[in-house]
Structure formats: structure tokens, C-alpha cells
Design a protein around this ligand. Sequence first.
Ligand code: NAP
Length: 241
Amino acid sequence: MKIAIVTGGTKGIGKAIVLKYLEKGCYTIIIYSNDDVTAQALKSELDVQYKNKYEIIKSDLSNIEKVKNTCNIIKNNHKKFDYLILNAGVTNRNGFDVLTIDEWNYIMNVNLTMPFFLVQNLSDYIVRGGKVIFIGAVMGIYPHAVSIPYAVSKAGLHMLSKQLVKHLSPHGITVNTVVPGFVDTLWQKDKPLEQRKRIENKIALKRFAVPEEVAQLCWDISQNDYVNGSLLKIDGGYCYE
Ligand SMILES: NC(=O)c1ccc[n+]([C@@H]2O[C@H](COP(=O)([O-])OP(=O)(O)OC[C@H]3O[C@@H](n4cnc5c(N)ncnc54)[C@H](OP(=O)(O)O)[C@@H]3O)[C@@H](O)[C@H]2O)c1
């Protein structure tokens, strides 16, 4: 049985990825940080169909010691795994004038720094033919009025995935980044309707993606051995001008 690790797997895009890999027969290791109620609800949902086919680990992946501990737990329990999907991400919409160094560092840690150290700590345990998939964002490609550290962290993540190709390809492991535009998760649901309409008007397909569409692309990449070092945009034809 193939094994997948999904960070931020309890909600939104990460949950859709978890469901996709379980549906395809993978044992799935799910990591989240804070929201125990949602994690418990997911557990109840998964137990109906996938009991003993998954595990859930609570760990704050903004912290290097917790990242190392989590990797050790995984390495102690599993000799090898196949898919590493680095999806956990956070944003902060505080403006240019008020953003603090702690807020900046937190976003960089979760979105960029710790994904690197997760790969560094786990890469020896990924099988030949294994796949590392990062979840980037179109905000890391196009400049935007808000969320400066988010955009910068995602731009860094896009480059990180390309950098890692040289290190992991000799081991038979591909590295790619799925780059969503706007996806209907809780993250987007608190946006005022007007703002949402403005965004939809910049999307050729005139709608946000659903998380399952992003999850399907992750799965498709994990079934293809020749896609490597790519940023795969899934944004419905977003044009920011
Ligand atoms: N939604 C969009 O429109 C969109 C667009 C482009 C890219 N993306 C990217 O897609 C990814 C998922 O987004 P989403 O909208 O599905 O987000 P979401 O609904 O907010 O879910 C985020 C997940 O990440 C986990 N997480 C957050 N901080 C963490 C930490 N420090 N350690 C471990 N886990 C942590 C959360 O766990 P807890 O809830 O327990 O904290 C949750 O499971 C992110 O990387 C995001 O940047 C999203």
C-alpha cells in the first residue's frame, strides 16, 4: 500500500487531498496544528470508510523542534513513503504599515521555511518514484494589494521546489508545485461578496475552484513520472490586471 503525508490535511484543500489519496487506496498521514474540533470531526468521517487507513498527527509546523519530532514519529512508524504533499499554509492580511516581525516570521516559517526542513528530514524515507508536491499560490506570481508576506513566502516556495529538483531527481523523486488561484475554502468564505465578485470577474471561468479540483491535480501529478520542477497553475484563467 502506498503511503501519503499531507500537511494541513484537516480542512479545505488539504482535506480534499486526503480524501483523494484515501479513495485511491493510499494509507494517509494527516498533520494539523490547532483546530481539534475539526480534526475530531474528520476522524469520525474517515472512520466510516477508512478506519485503520490513516493517522492524524497534531503538530505546529511553524516550529523546527516540532517539525523534527513529527518527522521522527513518521520515520519510527513507517520505513518508507511515497507522496509528500506540503499543503499547510497561513496568511495575514495586516497592511504594510502595521505588520509586525512576529507576524512576518510566522508566515515565512509555516509557508516556506518548515516545508524545506520537512523535506530535508524526510527525503531519505521517500521511495524511488516518490513525489514531493508543494501547494503554492498565484499570489506568489502576481503582485497584490494585501498579504505581502504571504505572496513573498509563496514566491519563495515556488523557487524552493525548483531548487530541490537537483537534489531529489538523482534519488528518483520528482518535485512540483501546484499553484491554485482562488479556491472555495473557509479561507475565502469571509471575503465580502463585493470583493469576491471583483475577483471572479478577473477569472476567465468566472468562479473559484473547488478543493477537489486541486486535489485531482495533485493526484494526477503523483501518477506521472516525467513532470518535474514544474509550477502547475490551476486558476481558471486568472488575470490580475
Ligand atoms: N484557499 C485558497 O483560495 C488558496 C489559494 C491558493 C493557495 N492556497 C494554499 O492552499 C493551502 C491550503 O489552503 P486552505 O484554503 O485549504 O487553508 P485552510 O482551510 O485554512 O486549511 C489550512 C490547514 O493547514 C493547517 N495548518 C495551518 N497552520 C499550520 C501549522 N502551523 N502547522 C500545521 N498545520 C497547519 C490547518 O490546521 P489547523 O486548522 O488545525 O490550524 C489546516 O488543516 C495553503 O498553503 C494555501 O496557501 C489556498
